[in-house]
Design a protein around this ligand. Structure first.
Ligand code: HEC
Ligand code: HEC
Length: 375
């Protein structure tokens, strides 16, 4: 339960408890009042007592201190019930959310075990902060050359996943509100295989839930994610002083999905003859997992740049149309409002809108060493 809902529930419980308390107190008062009025002298009290009743206390005794004692005892019991029940009730909410926490902790532990079995950290880093992994066999065929097929062994960058909730499910306040990350795990993404049975993977729903609970537990705070992004931005800016702010940020946050071969850039082996190639990224924004982004496509989709900025901030929700062309979102596009400032997002949007669709059509390939000619 989100904190707000819990407080609300607690205060609802409290008001109900107060109303119940009032009802009990008033009811008790009415009972006492009516009882005193209706009290009559005992039937047959004027006759002589039967022998078997002879040694019982007489009326005077019964209706005196003894009665008061019994009544006081009744009042005491009533007070205990009236006071203890609401207190128990008030604590109940906390007790239940305690159980919830313990439960998701157990799920997270199971998820951690599954993550070890499935070697998530091989591709996402031991600290979940991202890693470069191998081998990835890619057919980059006609993306590079005019050949139909061109197979390379290469390495690939797996994104950080300790900050995945700053991009996906950005409005989720608790584990059970997570849908997008679950979807990614079930169906896989790009180079990452599907993990869920539905997507053709090995894990059942319960196990996917456990992985999500593990990711949720391991997540870093928004502030930590912002600090990391700022540090990477400073390093990337220093390394590429001629790049605009928009281009630096695009390369850091967007290129992995929107620029061809970006996560695979760097040296790669040719499997057939042992030669080496340098995998170069395709033209910026020419499209990979995400669609091509350029002045033509974006001005058509978002004539107003502010809509473009809002889209980058929020990402694409499930089957919610976006842009002038009412494209349906499919969980693919993350939201960046938690990590980037509005000015930064504007800089990226401006950079994207400056990309030229003509030059995106051109692709390049650099052959460094070719074993066949011995160089
Ligand atoms: C073979 C390498 C590999 C393994 C193993 C792997 N992943 Fe991935 N994962 C990737 C890649 C690569 C991406 C990004 C997809 C892309 O580049 O198209 C990704 C994306 C993700 C994302 C979405 C992150 C984002 O911001 O796009 C999550 C979450 C994720 N993986 C979790 C897991 C979990 C949990 C496991 C273990 C059950 C796992 N991954 C195992 C390679 C891997
Ligand atoms: C995890 C992969 C991924 C990352 C990272 C990513 N995008 Fe996307 N993006 C997508 C996908 C997939 C779509 C298509 C969404 C859909 O159809 O639901 C998309 C769509 C878009 C669109 C709408 C274009 C269109 O034709 O639909 C824009 C604009 C965009 N992304 C900008 C960005 C920016 C800016 C960043 C970085 C700040 C970024 N994206 C990072 C995957 C990604």
């Amino acid at each position: 339960m989100p904190e707000g809902a819990r407080l609300l529930a607690a205060s609802t419980e409290r008001s109900i408890a107060i109303v119940l308390l009032a009802v009990v107190v008033v009811g008790w008062a009415i009972y006492v009042f009516v009882n005193i009025r209706q009290a009559k002298s005992e039937v047959g009290s004027e006759r002589e007592l039967a022998p078997n009743r002879g040694n019982l206390p007489d009326d005077e005794q019964l209706e005196g201190r003894r009665l008061e004692k019994v009544q006081a005892f009744g009042v005491l019991m009533l007070l205990i019930m009236v006071l203890v029940l609401p207190v128990y009730w008030l604590l109940e909410g906390g007790r239940r959310s305690g159980a919830e926490t313990a439960f998701s902790e157990a799920a997270a532990n199971r998820g951690e075990g599954l993550a070890a079995e499935q070697a998530c950290t091989d591709c996402h880093g031991a600290d979940l902060g991202g890693a470069r992994f191998a081998p990835v066999v890619l057919d980059i065929g006609n993306q590079f050359t005019d050949k139909d097929s061109f197979i390379i062994n290469t390495t690939w960058e797996g994104p950080a996943i300790d900050d995945v909730f700053t991009r996906f499910d950005t409005d989720a306040e608790s584990l059970d509100e997570v849908t997008e990350v679950r979807q990614i795990l079930v169906y896989g993404r790009g180079v990452m295989p599907a993990w869920g049975l539905e997507g053709g993977g090995p894990l059942n729903d319960q196990q996917i839930d456990d992985l999500v609970a593990w990711l949720w537990r391991e997540r870093i705070s928004d502030e930590e994610a912002q600090e990391r992004a700022a540090a990477r931005k400073a390093a990337e800016t220093a390394a590429n002083p001629d790049h605009s702010e928009g281009e630096v940020l695009f390369d850091l946050h967007c290129a992995r999905c929107h620029t061809p071969r970006w996560p695979g850039r760097g040296p790669a082996q040719l499997p057939n003859n042992g030669g080496t190639v340098e995998v170069l990224p395709g033209p910026s924004g020419a499209g990979r997992y995400g669609p091509p982004l350029n002045s033509v496509s974006l001005e058509r989709l978002f004539p107003d740049i502010d809509d473009h900025i809002t889209f980058i901030a929020n990402g694409a929700a499930d089957n919610v149309p976006f842009g002038e062309f009412a494209r349906l979102g499919n969980y693919g596009m993350p939201g960046f409002k938690k990590v980037l400032t509005e000015e930064e997002i504007r800089a990226i949007a401006e950079y994207e809108r400056s990309l030229d669709s003509q030059s995106q059509a051109a692709v390049g390939f650099d052959l460094l060493h070719d074993a066949e000619d011995g160089s």
